[in-house]
Design a protein around this ligand. Structure first.
Ligand SMILES: Nc1nc2c(ncn2[C@@H]2O[C@H](COP(=O)(O)OP(=O)(O)OP(=O)(O)O)[C@@H](O)[C@H]2O)c(=O)[nH]1
Ligand SMILES: [Mg+2]
Length: 418
């Protein structure tokens, strides 16, 4: 059973776009970390207070509310400076967690594979590195050096701790490289290196994994190929790659990966760079967006920013506006240019989506007919690696109807019928 701790969330609406939504999102993030929000504190400030982040009066209000609700933990909807955390904790005798740290904790909880665990651990240590302090830091306490009185000794202790953390990061990075070398993902990709690759990307909880599963069931893949779907933030942390094989069409690979969220910690994007590598090498991205969300423009923006941060520019993209069934008047899927309006829970939607994918991936492909003499075994073998739509035996040999790329067509030019 999960243990739930009660918390207060607090935010300053200073120049923060979509403040209300980001506070709502913070409630979900807290829930994802088994924390229950009992009340919210909001403040409008023109300037953030350097010392306390909030104004002094608000700090006292938080302290009193915490007493009233019997709460020990406050989550702040922003990244705080190490000094702000210290000052807030000293002034209130409460514990403060910022949004970045909360996201890191959620990731740490969700990380099941060794790769994800290592990636999160690295991001957490990188986050801690500039934040450790000679007094009151967890490493000091572990070593029994809490609250060093001597300033000189404190500084050297601080350096020692920083060095220890850096060494830990290096060690974890080594382990990570080792884990990646032995990962299935890579061997899967190597085996299928010749296949075109599609990557699902987008905001967390948009329905990427549901879309992946829908496409897999269209391809009649067995249930064990399905990926995890859950109505929670960051259900997926690892990348899964699957092959989609439908009759009479060329195969392609599809990958499902971790989702984005606004103010996703930079360290985390860095740490998850290799998990997101599939998106970098993909021939086509499908950006899944929750069409039923009032925050749609911000979600598109956040995804765009995250893609830019991992160095993805100008990649062909299908905008997949999912959960259309939750919007009014939705009956069937609709394609407008590079966008599809659909529901990942509806078979006709998935068929339309897969056709759109084929149109993008195989736009250079066309249908040809070739006549191959029976005796040419090597050529028959080659043809059977291509997409055969029909075949017919005649006295002169086998006639194949093929769906081929320009290069494949060139190889078969002299066997082509009319
Ligand atoms: N009504 C409706 N619900 C959907 C649709 N697609 C997905 N969902 C639900 O939305 C929730 C999130 O779906 P996921 O597929 O796990 O979303 P995701 O984008 O993979 O999320 P993360 O892995 O957490 O980033 C689940 O409860 C799904 O059942 C849809 O078309 N319509
Ligand atoms: Mg998912």
């Amino acid at each position: 059973m999960q243990i739930t701790q009660n918390v207060i969330i607090a935010g300053v609406s200073h120049l923060q776009e979509n403040f209300d939504y980001s506070m709502e999102e913070l409630v979900h993030l807290a829930a994802a970390d088994n924390l229950k929000v009992v009340t919210q504190v909001r403040q409008h400030l023109d300037h953030i207070n350097n010392q306390f982040y909030f104004g002094q009066g608000k700090v006292q209000e938080i302290k009193h509310l915490a007493q009233y609700y019997n709460v020990q933990l406050v989550i702040v909807n922003d990244e705080l400076s190490p000094a702000q955390v210290r000052n807030l904790e000293k002034a209130t005798q409460l514990q403060f967690l910022d949004r970045t740290e909360l996201i890191l904790q959620v990731f740490a909880q969700r990380a099941h594979s060794r790769q994800a665990q290592l990636q999160v651990a690295i991001a957490q240590l990188q986050y801690q590195l500039p934040r450790i302090h000679p007094s009151g830091n967890p490493l000091d306490q572990q070593r029994g050096h809490g609250g060093l009185a001597n300033r000189g000794a404190g500084e050297s202790q601080l350096e020692l701790n920083r060095r220890t953390i850096r060494q830990q990061i290096n060690k974890l990075q080594q382990d990570l490289r080792h884990v990646r070398q032995t990962l299935n993902i890579q061997s899967n990709r190597r085996q299928n290196a010749h296949l075109p690759q599609v990557a699902l990307v987008g905001y967390t909880n948009a329905g990427k994994s549901t879309t992946m599963n829908g496409l897999l069931s269209l391809a009649k893949e067995s249930a064990d190929k399905q990926v995890l779907v859950k109505d929670q933030l960051f259900a997926t942390l690892d990348t899964s790659i699957r092959k989609i094989s439908l009759p009479q069409m060329p195969d392609f690979l599809i990958s499902d990966t971790v989702g984005f969220i606004s103010k996703l910690p930079h360290n985390l994007i860095e740490a998850f760079r290799s998990t997101l590598a599939e998106a970098q090498t993909a021939d086509l991205l499908i950006q899944v967006v929750d069409a039923s969300s009032s925050q749609l423009p911000q979600m598109l923006d956040t995804t765009q920013q995250a893609l830019t941060a991992i160095g993805i520019h100008n990649k062909p993209m299908i905008y997949a506006y999912n959960k259309a069934d939750r919007t009014t008047n939705f009956v069937k899927p609709e394609i407008i240019g590079n966008s599809i309006y659909y529901s990942a829970l509806q078979t006709s939607s998935l068929k339309t989506l897969i056709n759109l994918i084929y149109k993008h991936l195989f736009k250079q492909y066309h249908v040809i007919k070739v006549l191959i003499p029976f005796a040419d075994k090597k050529l028959h073998h080659y043809i059977h690696q291509l997409t055969i739509q029909r075949q017919e035996y005649t006295f002169a040999g086998t006639i194949y109807q093929l769906f081929v790329s320009p290069q494949q067509a060139l190889k078969l030019q002299k066997y082509q019928l009319n």
